[in-house]
Write a protein that binds this ligand. Structure first.
Ligand code: XMP
Length: 422
């Protein structure tokens, strides 16, 4: 794809706004990549950039660097724009890109789709491909692209661990089978997961068991499908930019659906979304005709409701959580406040307390509601949902879900909390 479009390289000197600048350039239909400032001359040259943008950060002492555009341009052989530590807007970038550098704006959602389908076809040839469908936007877009590229050479596996939200498995199956004609294999594994999780209350152990069991089921399905040569993964651009990482210790063991199984030898990985930001993936999803409910779906963790149902996981508790969560999410959408939060969901706390219903004492669960606003999911602020809305939701949950007699709202930001409860 890179060589089909004029490319701009952003050299990131540890600035916080490199990705924001990349999004502005891409909004002008120009493909651009973010590379660390330490990228070798060969790596930069391999992209054959038409222009280079320097994005410096305060952390690297932007204020103390003297700027010499002529020297920079001579060093790179193409025009250089030094943004220091500012995010550039489209108005400033247009003359630089289109007049000074004569960059051709031809990187659009439609051209991306065409390129991606062609690339998958070229890579895969007549071999077989496997994909783990999670129901999220990334794997959904991958599935549709791969299916359009190689049709029945694609095996699409949906490992349903029984930790999905209300009606989600049915929706995923109906969209991909009925609407897109993809032969999605729905592997109903709820009993198997719950059995492994019996008696387990430690959050990290729960995550580990869910992740391992997921891979085991997926491997079995790969064998059934004749051990395909390629695995399609929904890796997106921020994962690539950030994979350099700081090597710090993760707070939680993240289990990503579609994580590479260790015991299957694939000839290679197909990662059609690896140059896209999340917003761009959503645009591609809509352009492909994927319904809004999936295209705009809020992030949902790989271990699913397993990290939102505190303590031991049982079908009974998960069903209670599914009902309460569905009521909460529907009410937020109905109130029109959906875009105020990046994630909003219910948690079944392990707590039970005394209440009263129809003059009779109850001893029932406490549900916590959480809604957060965040730009990078590394930090987040709780959303101040209107009290009236919270009151309506509380009444609705306690009247429709008899196992719940108390509803609380989580008013903690990240840090010190995390977004998920476990
Ligand atoms: P925390 O709870 O760490 O969550 O503040 C940050 C973001 O990551 C999501 N999350 C996960 N996503 N696999 C995933 O794919 C996981 O195991 C996982 N755990 C948390 C969480 O929903 C939030 O968006």
């Amino acid at each position: 794809m890179k060589h089909r479009h004029d490319t701009v390289v952003i050299l990131d000197f540890g600035a916080i706004n490199s990705q924001a600048t990349a999004k502005v350039i891409r909004s002008l239909e120009v493909f651009c990549e973010v590379l660390p400032f330490s990228a070798s001359a060969e790596r930069i040259a391999a992209l054959a950039p038409k222009a280079i943008v320097l994005q410096r950060g305060r952390a690297c002492g932007a204020a103390t660097i003297g700027v010499d555009p002529a020297a920079d341009t001579a060093a790179f052989g193409v025009p250089v724009l030094d943004l220091m530590d500012k995010t550039c807007d489209a108005a400033t970038l247009r003359p630089f890109l289109f007049e000074q550098c004569a960059v051709k704006p031809d990187w659009t959602t439609e051209s991306f789709i065409e390129d991606a389908i062609r690339d998958i076809r070229e890579t895969v040839g007549n071999r077989k491909v496997l994909l783990a469908m999670s129901g999220g936007v990334d794997s959904s877009v991958c599935a549709v692209l791969a299916h359009q590229a190689v049709g029945e050479q694609l095996t699409c596996v949906f490992v349903d661990h029984g930790l999905m939200r209300k009606d989600e498995p049915q929706e995923v199956c109906s969209v991909f089978r009925d609407h897109f004609g993809i032969a999605l294999r729905h592997i109903e594994s709820e009993a198997r997961f719950l059995e492994k999780l019996t008696g387990v209350i430690d959050p990290e152990r729960k995550r580990k068991i869910i992740g391992e069991e997921f891979i085991r089921v997926f491997e079995e399905e790969a064998r059934t499908a004749g051990e395909p040569d390629y695995l399609v993964q929904g890796t997106i651009y921020p994962d690539i930019i950030e994979s350099g990482g700081d090597g710090g210790k993760p707070v939680k063991a993240h289990h990503n659906v579609g994580g590479l199984p260790k015991h299957i030898d694939f000839k290679g990985l197909v990662e059609p979304l690896k140059y896209l930001f999340k917003d761009e993936v959503r645009q591609v999803a809509l352009a492909l005709g994927i319904p809004r409910s999936i295209a705009m779906r809020q992030p949902f963790p790989g271990p699913g409701l397993g990290v939102r149902c505190i303590g031991e996981l049982t079908k009974e508790k998960l069903d209670i959580l599914r009902e309460a969560d569905a009521i909460f999410r529907a009410a937020v959408v109905e109130s029109g406040l959906e875009n105020q939060a990046n994630q909003y969901f219910a948690v079944l706390t392990g707590n039970r307390s005394v209440g009263i219903t129809n003059d009779a004492r109850t001893y029932a669960y406490t549900v916590a509601l959480r809604a957060v606003k965040t730009s990078d999911f590394m930090t987040a602020r709780f959303v101040k949902l209107p009290m009236d809305l919270l009151e309506t939701i509380s009444e609705s949950i306690t009247s429709h879900v008899p196992q719940v007699n108390r509803v609380v709202y989580d008013i903690t930001s990240k840090p010190p909390s995390t977004i998920e409860w476990e």
